[in-house]
Each structure stands twice: as structure tokens, then as C-alpha cells.
Design a protein around this ligand. Structure first.
Ligand code: FMN
Length: 344
């Protein structure tokens, strides 16, 4: 199985954690990458194919629009994509689930291609919690334990991959400890703790007070503990992990803005946004990333005060993006992609 120790990793991020972002994080020094939360029912029913043009593995679904028999010209959409070479033994698939059977069904479709499967028990957004998934699982520990046990029993041995969980802290250390003791007894090999409570907003400072306790409980059970929340760089993640007794750290927002935060000071540290954005657009085009997704992340990466920021938010095609960011060497491939999307 995968070893989470001593690692600084890219956090799971819906929209922002698609394939090109993960490839860039790996290039700059992320040790492992979590994919965006994918709901069990979204993966169940997909077909795994290798895209001959990009070499990527894609899990695709035919858009049936509710019809029993999809029309012959029905479009297929890519639900999940990975690079089997660059992400080999580095990719953790994060699942949204509230049901052990669905979790196992979904996991079987993906387990042969990834280094681990992580259960999201931390997302506070209504789309996740309303189905009993994400942070709602922190309040239904029996269900969360059943999901983890099902994955440990049915998936981990057959595929030799890690099973892990990502949680938030609860209001009191005693509540968190009770929960973590139950989770580490399921046979999982990794646990990430986001050092915020469920009601806390992303901008509120992370709370480190419970971290050492969580790490200690994990270690007693022989499980790796990653810390998450307000980690700005790989160097800072390693320093904080050492300070609080965790095995490693996970970075979300800082990596969303500038994935070169995974470069250590010894590697030269953070790169200027222009250089990183140019790399990102090249990778997004190379793997046929969905345009709306590329545009969304570029709006996070290009500082708001720059003229290029406006160009990105107004862009309607990859050609617009290349023009607006001054990337003429990418225009040819951009045109091909735009044509595939029915533009140009
Ligand atoms: N957490 C998850 O467990 N699954 C997700 O799919 C997920 N999507 C996110 C999408 C975005 C755009 C952001 C900013 C965060 C998301 N998170 C998700 C939470 C992050 O993984 C992380 O726990 C949180 O942002 C705290 O880390 P940070 O302080 O480094 O940003």
C-alpha cells in the first residue's frame, strides 16, 4: 500500500483539483495528489477507457438525459481522468459516499488505477452534507465506520492500496478523540485532519490545539496522520508536521493559487505567477481539460489586479486564453481543442 509518511500532498479540491492541477503539483514537488471529491453514484455506471490521443485513463458516462436508451448521437462526458504514468502510485481517489455498498461498488471501478481511496468526511457544503456525505458523516460515526470497514475488507487486500479518511475537528478535543479512536480501529492506513470545525469558514485561522492528540491516537494504532489547514508551502508543512507530531501535511488553497508552493527553498521556492500559469495552460491543453474548469482555476491563479485577470474572466475559448495571457506557442493546440468543443 501507499505510505503517507513524510509527505506533503495536494488536497482534494472540486473544480480546482482536476488532472492538470495535479500534474503541475507533482512537477513542483507534491509527494501525493488527492483528486476532487467524486460521488459514488457518479462513478458507478461509467466506462473506463484509455484516451488514445492523450494517453490518459478516462471514466466516461453517456449523457442519457433520463432516457432508458440514450440517443445514438448522445454525448459522453468524462467524470474522472488520470495520467497512468505521471500519477502512477501518487493519486488518491477521494470519494463522496454515505453508503458502504455504493462505496465498494464505486471503489472497484477505480481501485486498480490509484494508490489509495479516501473517504470525504469533512466537506461542509450542502450538496455533500444533504445526502449524508462529507461532514455529515462526523455526526453519524456508525455509518462512517461501516463505510471504512467495507472498503478495508473488500478493496484494500485485493488491490493492495491505502484506505484513508479526511475529517475535521469537532468542538471539543474529547469528542474528536472518541471519533478518531473509532476510525483508526477500522483498519484504515491514513487519516487527514483539517484543523477547523465544520461551521468554521475557510478564512478563519486553523486551530492546532487538537492536532497532537489526533496524531498520537493515530500513531498508537499504527496509522499515518496528515495535517491540513493554513499550510502555505511544502517547507511550512514539514515544519508544522514536525512541531505537532503529524506525519505530513496537505495543502489546498495555497496550491490552488500557486502550485509551485510545493517547491522547497532548496528548489528555489515559489515561482512567479506568469511562469506557473503558462505551465498550467500547456498542461490543461495537453490533457483536453474542460474549458470551464481551466478558466475557473486561471481566475484563482492570475492576481486580480493584473490586466490578464480580466482577459481570463472574459475568455470564451482556449484561443482567447492564449491570446489574453500571451502564449502564442500554444495557439495551434488551442485551436484544435476549441474545434473539438464546437467553437472556432
Ligand atoms: N475537501 C475535500 O475533502 N474534498 C473536496 O472535494 C474539496 N474541495 C474543495 C474545493 C476548493 C476549491 C477548496 C478551496 C477546498 C476544497 N476542500 C475539499 C477543502 C480542502 O481540501 C481543505 O481541507 C481546506 O481548503 C483547508 O485547507 P487549506 O487551508 O490549505 O485551504
Amino acid at each position: 500500500g501507499v505510505d503517507y509518511r513524510g509527505k506533503v500532498v495536494l488536497a482534494p479540491m472540486v473544480r480546482s483539483g482536476e488532472l492538470p492541477s495535479r500534474l503541475l503539483a507533482l512537477k513542483y514537488g507534491a509527494d501525493l495528489v488527492w483528486g476532487p471529491e467524486t460521488i459514488d453514484r457518479a462513478i458507478i455506471g461509467t466506462t473506463r477507457t484509455v484516451n488514445q490521443q492523450t494517453g490518459c485513463i478516462e471514466w466516461c458516462r453517456v449523457q442519457s438525459h433520463g432516457l432508458k436508451e440514450p440517443p445514438p448521437d448522445a454525448k459522453t462526458s468524462v467524470i474522472y481522468a488520470m495520467d497512468p504514468v505521471k500519477e502512477d502510485k501518487k493519486l488518491i481517489f477521494q470519494m463522496g459516499t454515505a453508503d458502504p455498498d455504493l462505496a465498494v461498488q464505486a471503489a472497484r471501478l477505480i481501485a486498480g488505477d490509484v494508490a489509495g481511496i479516501d473517504v470525504n468526511a469533512g466537506c461542509p457544503k450542502p450538496f455533500s452534507t444533504s445526502g449524508g456525505m462529507g461532514a455529515a458523516l462526523l455526526r453519524t460515526p456508525d455509518k462512517l465506520v461501516a463505510i471504512l470497514e467495507a472498503l478495508v475488507k473488500n478493496i484494500a487486500p485485493e488491490y493492495n492500496i491505502g484506505i484513508s479518511v479526511k475529517i475535521r475537528i469537532l468542538e471539543t478535543a474529547a469528542e474528536t478523540e472518541t471519533l478518531v479512536r473509532r476510525l483508526v480501529a477500522t483498519g484504515i492506513t491514513g487519516l487527514t485532519v483539517h484543523c477547523r470545525t465544520t461551521p468554521m469558514r475557510p478564512r478563519e485561522r486553523a486551530i492546532r490545539g487538537q492536532l497532537r492528540m489526533v496524531a498520537d491516537v493515530c500513531h498508537e494504532a499504527g496509522i499515518a496522520c496528515l495535517m491540513n489547514g493554513d499550510v502555505g508551502s511544502k517547507d511550512e508543512g514539514l515544519r508544522l508536521a514536525a512541531e505537532f507530531g503529524a506525519d505530513g501535511a496537505m495543502i489546498a488553497t495555497a496550491a490552488e493559487t500557486n502550485p509551485s508552493c510545493f517547491r522547497t527553498a532548496a528548489d528555489g521556492g515559489l515561482l512567479p505567477w506568469r511562469e506557473v500559469v503558462a505551465e498550467y495552460v500547456a498542461m490543461a491543453i495537453a490533457v483536453n481539460n474542460k474549458f470551464g474548469n481551466t478558466k475557473y482555476l486561471l481566475a484563482q491563479m492570475v492576481p486580480g489586479k493584473e490586466a490578464a485577470h480580466k482577459a481570463v474572466t472574459k475568455a470564451r475559448s482556449y484561443v482567447d486564453v492564449c491570446d489574453g495571457l500571451g502564449l502564442p506557442h500554444l495557439l495551434d493546440r488551442a485551436r484544435v481543442l476549441d474545434e473539438l468543443r464546437g467553437l472556432g
